[in-house]
Design a protein around this ligand. Structure first.
Ligand code: SF4
Length: 247
């Protein structure tokens, strides 16, 4: 794993999903095989494989303090193209420090992660009414998880973290994206630990790659995603969990 400390010129970028995105790191140690963020390599010049490098934006908190003074308040997505609680965060605490700055200044935040390390910041999170925490969970089947998300924490740990956050009255959601085989097994586990669920398919380019590499027929079948998406919607609705299909 190649870790490099870097200085950046800004940290809050405009986002199509929320008002802003904040990525404390370039690269992600979780190294999910389907990760769309690997396109970043084109712009950063990294030669290493996705999942084997991280650039650490060590001046992010200092910059953020200045940027929030001159920018209009808006919801910040942490993060769009890295996991803000990937293992290196334990050492640098960049996400934790940025989160504190935003919440103490009344900025709304949406966190998206796969890591229970977010619980380290529970006390900061509990103080805000403007924060929500989402976990990406794509399947309930650990064997499938290990193929597609080799460096990310096990599914049970993610659900347990959601449970803890939810029990502290923090708004939580699950992002089932991309839908993988075994995702229907999540319905029971997510009951009572999330406020809502978002569901998305795998992008076409990657689905084709999955088919060629793993000979997984389902990946290149639109019907798989359409059918699974509808099935999941119905199952969540039956449990009275608000659910939205994004495709
Ligand atoms: S955790 Fe998210 S950002 Fe990190 S490799 Fe996986 S999909 Fe990409």
């Amino acid at each position: 794993m190649k870790i490099r400390e870097i200085l950046v010129k800004s940290v809050l970028s405009r986002s199509k999903v929320f008002d802003y995105a904040l990525n404390p790191y370039v690269g992600c140690q979780h190294g999910c095989t389907y990760c769309y963020a690997r396109f970043m390599k084109r712009f950063t010049g990294h030669k290493e494989k996705w999942g084997e490098f991280v650039d650490v934006k060590i001046n992010a908190p200092e910059l953020l303090k200045k940027e929030i003074k001159r920018k209009r308040v808006g919801r910040v997505w942490i993060s769009g193209v890295c996991d803000p609680y990937q293992p290196i965060e334990r050492r640098y605490d960049l996400t934790g420090r940025c989160l504190k700055i935003l919440l103490e200044n009344g900025w709304p935040v949406t966190i998206q992660t796969k890591s229970p390390l977010v619980l380290r910041d529970l006390e900061i999170l509990k103080k805000s009414m403007e924060v929500e925490v989402g976990f990406t969970i794509t399947t309930a089947d650990e064997r499938i998880r290990r193929i597609f998300e080799p460096g990310a924490p096990p599914i049970k740990e993610r659900i347990r973290a959601l449970d803890r956050l939810h029990s502290e009255d923090i708004k939580t959601y699950a992002m089932i994206a991309p839908i993988l085989p075994g995702s229907e097994g999540l319905v029971n586990g997510l009951k009572g630990v999330v406020d809502y669920v978002l569901i998305d398919r795998m992008n076409y380019h990657y689905a084709d790659w999955v088919y060629r590499k793993y000979k997984m027929e389902w990946a290149r079948k639109d019907e798989f995603f359409i059918q699974k998406g509808r099935e999941l919607m119905a199952l969540f609705e039956k449990k009275k969990i608000h659910c939205q299909l994004l495709f």
